[in-house]
Write a protein that binds this ligand. Structure first.
Ligand code: SF4
Length: 437
């Protein structure tokens, strides 16, 4: 096949967007495009910007990326897709002179749509896009290909029905639907055949996976029973009744990483209620306790929003106390930013910007302490690690199953294979120095 030209895919945002980007790469390669990195210095003929709009910062990063690519590659065809397209008025995309705008559902046919666009040289910005009819089970009809990564992301689910009051995702990604079971299993096997040692299952709300009664835990049992030396990581999960069963599967199966990123968002019932979250702080705490009991050494990370409307100083302090008790290994901190079209954007009792910064700084300090505590708790333990890179001094860098950055100087280390090490010492950058067992 003759090459259609050089194409690059630039992705912002969550692991689901990264899984989408991999699928886009596959579809473009099937059409004869040669995939290069976005920072490639040579000619790029086609640039896909896969945007995110979950926070205001992500939206402005999307815009800056389009502008940068237009400046650096004035002749290239720029296609903008992803959540910014679904949510925002497309004026900024048009102003940045993008050539084509595609919605999330249109990503499936991205290669054909680009070809059509290039054939007709028609600039389609400004046209009205319609969302596909929601379906419960969907097929991608392509396996994601990760040209420059050692870890693969496998999309198993799309959309969300929860409508948390601050979140734009249900509007951007549509209702919950699960990817066809057979297709997921087949893609997973393909990733194993391609030599990936870690496969991350992604989705907006992967605990909601359900293909005709077959749930996420069924999927995990099936995938982890496949032969081979590999591990499965779950991307962020939402508190959900299924999660207790998830702990059992994790406990019984070492192929599933001891890792949960479980969004708490706030540590008080008042704010959780206002956010339309479906659990109380006590229920969340009970789950965390059960997780630690079932899976010793588990990494539990979370997302927290500071400065949500109505978060008084007292509620912030109360939330902080709860967060401290949870001893998270990692916290992604977000300052509340109103997303137009969500109920929270209309809430009055806003927290002043400087006060938000103060709260964010308090929480960052606490997060750093808790992270250190978690890492120190692993000293003297054996950790399964996949080493991914080697620096010029000969040190190997990798990640443990419970998501600690591990460094090892042993020259006999093999990259990209699961290796057991003994955690010996913490380093100032938050990693662990280890030796081979
Ligand atoms: S569960 Fe809530 S925060 Fe998560 S994607 Fe759905 S609406 Fe957004």
């Amino acid at each position: 096949m003759t090459s259609a030209g050089n194409a690059a895919v630039f992705t912002i945002g969550c692991r689901l967007n990264q899984a989408d980007a991999a699928l886009i790469c596959t579809r473009l390669e099937e059409q004869g495009w040669n995939i290069v990195r976005p920072e490639y210095e040579g000619r790029i003929d086609l640039m896909i910007v896969n945007t995110c709009t979950v926070t205001g910062t992500a939206a402005s990063k999307s815009r800056a990326a389009v502008r940068r690519f237009r400046r650096k590659h004035p002749e290239c065809c720029i296609v903008v897709t992803g959540c910014s397209v679904e949510i925002e008025n497309s004026d900024w995309i048009r102003e940045e002179a993008a050539d084509l705008i595609l919605t999330n559902p249109e990503k499936k046919n991205i290669a054909d749509l680009i070809i059509k666009h290039l054939e007709h040289k028609s600039i389609s910005t400004g046209r009205k896009f319609s969302l596909e009819q929601p379906v419960e089970v969907f097929k991608e009809k392509a396996a994601g290909h990760f040209p420059f990564k050692s870890r693969a992301f496998l999309k198993v689910q799309e959309g969300c029905n929860n409508f948390c009051s601050y979140c734009i995702v249900p509007y951007a990604r549509g209702p919950e639907r699960s990817r066809d079971w057979e297709e997921v299993v087949s893609d997973f096997k393909q990733f194993l055949a391609d030599g990936f040692e870690e496969i991350v299952l992604t989705g907006v709300n992967i605990c909601a996976y359900n293909d005709n009664g077959r749930t996420l835990t069924d999927l995990l049992r099936t995938l982890s029973a496949l032969p081979g030396n590999f591990r499965i990581r779950l991307s962020s999960t939402e508190p959900h009744p299924n999660n207790m069963e998830l702990l059992e599967v994790m406990r019984d199966n070492p192929k599933i990483c001891r890792f949960l990123h479980l969004s708490l968002q706030h540590g008080t019932d008042e704010i959780l209620k206002s956010m339309n979250r479906k659990y109380t702080a006590a229920e969340f705490a009970a789950f965390i306790e059960a997780a630690r009991e079932a899976v010793p050494g588990i990494h539990i990370g979370t997302d927290i929003i500071v400065g949500y409307p109505g978060e008084s100083v007292e509620l912030f302090e109360q939330g902080l106390k709860f967060i401290r008790e949870m001893a998270f290994a990692n916290i992604h901190i977000f300052t509340f930013s109103p997303r137009e079209g969500t109920p929270a954007a209309k809430l009055k009792d806003r927290v002043d910007g400087r006060e938000c910064d103060r709260r964010r700084a308090c929480l960052s300090t606490l997060a750093a302490d808790m992270k250190r505590g978690f890492i120190e708790s692993q000293l003297g333990k054996e950790l399964p690690v996949i080493f991914e890179r080697k620096n010029q001094e000969g040190s190997f860098y990798g990640w443990s199953d419970n998501y600690i950055n591990v460094i090892c100087d042993d020259p006999t280390v093999h990259k990209n294979t699961i290796t057991t090490v003994l955690a010996e010492e913490t380093l100032p950058d938050g990693s662990i120095y280890a030796k081979l067992v």
